[in-house]
Design a protein around this ligand. Structure first.
Ligand code: HEM
Length: 497
């Protein structure tokens, strides 16, 4: 697997962050987005209590909350504003991350497309939120948005007229704005439900330190730089010197350079291009996993472990068996690791062939080298252990699609073959290429996730898990070297290795 320059650079930047803190926020951007949505919802409900839905009252009711009730209402308004800005930022970073790591092909395409739709809804909702304030900023974006809408041949009504003369603007406008602002939150929630429909056990709450960190930053900003309105909208004057919110109003400066038709073409074209990303330049898809129904006992473990909800249990001829939805299958092999009954095959990769390979590697290791002899199971997405350890004396390595593929029987086979140490090398914790492979494997090793891996006795001490990203080679080699040294020392002491 070849990684591009940009991908490597990005992984390197993240590895710096991994080194500094156990809580890298970039591993939790989706969950941070959901946290921000909660903040937006709660602060929004508070603001709504005081909002007056009328031309006369809209601006003054927001001013009341901001200035007269600054100690709570003002803070709520600022939280609402900054959480909304933060949501756009975090969502863009989340999308950029999955893009740069190429986590959008095939089984993730639906997740990607629903993400793009969600982002658009967030923007629309934000713009309608700004209109509710009815200050000069709202006046400008109302006027320009109306121009954009009028340029569509389908609408057929001069929306802009409403903002030309005050008497043509009625309270009805504010009811419509409020309705769209609120209902877009409902649509965002529905879209997010679709977004996460093909992700099993998605992380919807960030780790505590990140959660509190985000809330504190929002609160700090709300106190240090409270959100305020511009002057009240006045349709008799043209709004000038307006500062626009870069997160929500990036379209409006385009009016200085492009016609409405060109802006539409740009927006539609860009959205179509971004939405089409999963279908651009994709290579060949690996064959999906397959259930050998005669061996399946219906234990459901593969269904529970599948990271992309590709496995369901179905009744067939009176028996419950697992069934794989091919288009959702990532062919990661995590289901194989969960199956104790050899009932999962991965494309052309048969289980017997993997066992034969493991045995051959262990036999070769014993014949060729003195102790310590170490067998390494390496995920091909993590630290690229194959490149680093390929020629190392005393090391045999089996490269796997995901470390979650390792079955407890594979561990038994290796230990029975008499190797001295066993290493599992995979992606960074929390950043498995298949979302959960290394987590599930660790839980099996800790005996808290079935099927558990029970090396038992002294063998347990000769097992090491090394979770490092592709740009953490030095740290990986250091830990691997220390492990080998430890085994050597034990051997010198004459302890059975
Ligand atoms: C408010 C907006 C969004 C929220 C709250 C959100 C949230 C999430 C969450 C919680 C996950 C699951 C993470 C996990 O447990 O592994 C996820 C996955 C994903 N999201 Fe989003 N997302 C949003 C927008 C987007 C956008 C705009 C895109 C791309 C255009 C996107 C693309 C993806 C993809 C491809 C995955 C799957 C990643 C993987 O399989 O490792 N999301 N999102």
């Amino acid at each position: 697997m070849e990684r591009g320059r940009a991908e490597r650079l990005y992984i390197r930047l993240e590895s710096l962050m991994n080194r500094e803190s156990p809580f890298n926020p970039f591993l939790h951007l989706g969950a941070i987005g959901i946290l921000l949505l909660w903040v937006i919802l709660f602060s929004g409900i508070y603001l709504f209590i005081f909002y007056e839905i009328s031309l006369e009252g809209a601006y003054s009711s927001v001013e009341y909350v901001t200035n007269r009730q600054w100690w709570l209402g003002g803070i709520m308004r600022s939280l609402h504003r900054y959480a909304s800005d933060g949501l756009v930022l975090v969502t863009l970073l989340h999308a950029f991350r999955v893009f740069i790591l190429k986590r959008y092909y095939f089984w993730r395409a639906f997740v990607w497309v629903t993400g793009v739709a969600t982002l658009w809804l967030i923007w629309i909702s934000g713009i309608f939120g700004y209109l509710m304030v009815w200050d000069t900023k709202a006046q400008l974006i109302a006027f320009l948005s109306a121009r954009l809408l009028e340029s569509l041949p389908v609408l057929g009504i001069p929306v802009g007229l409403n903002f030309a003369v005050e008497r043509l603007l009625s309270d009805q406008f504010f009811y419509i704005v409020l309705f769209i602002h609120f209902s877009s939150i409902v649509v965002i929630t529905l879209l997010l439900a679709l977004h996460l429909d093909r992700i099993s056990l998605p992380e919807i709450t960030p780790p505590r330190p990140i959660l509190w960190g985000v809330l504190l930053v929002l609160l700090g900003m709300a106190i240090a730089r409270p959100a305020v309105s511009d002057a009240m909208a006045d349709l008799k004057r043209l709004p000038v010197d307006i500062t626009l919110d870069v997160f929500y109003m990036f379209v409006y400066p385009l009016f200085n350079h492009l016609s409405e038709a060109m802006i539409w073409a740009l927006l539609v074209g860009l959205t179509a291009l971004v939405a089409a990303v999963p279908w651009l330049g994709r290579g060949r898809r690996d064959e999906p996993a397959r259930v050998v129904e005669t061996l399946c006992v219906g234990c459901e473990l593969c269904m529970k472990d599948c990271p992309y909800t590709a496995i369901q249990m179905k009744e067939k001829e009176g028996l419950v068996v697992a069934e794989i939805t091919d288009k959702r299958c990532a062919a990661c092999g995590i289901c194989m690791g969960a199956c104790e009954y050899s009932a999962v095959e991965l494309g052309t990769l048969r289980e017997e062939a993997i066992y034969e390979r493991i045995e051959a590697l262990c036999d070769g290791l014993k014949e060729e080298t003195e102790a310590p002899r170490v067998m390494v199971f390496a995920c091909r997405w993590g630290v690229e252990a194959e490149r680093l350890l390929g020629d190392k004396k005393g090391v045999a390595l089996l490269s796997l699609e995901c470390i979650g593929m390792v079955q407890s029987r594979m561990v038994d086979v290796v230990l029975h073959k008499g190797v001295d140490g066993l290493v599992f090398a995979g992606c960074r914790e929390g950043d498995c290429a298949y979302r959960r492979g290394n987590t599930y494997f660790t839980q099996r090793l800790e005996g808290i996730r079935p099927p558990v891996i029970k090396p038992g006795g002294p063998a347990g001490k000769r097992i090491r898990t090394l979770w490092f990203s592709a740009e953490e080679k030095e740290a990986f080699l250091e830990e691997f070297g220390a492990f080998m040294e430890g085994l050597e020392k034990e051997e010198e002491k004459g302890e059975p290795v």
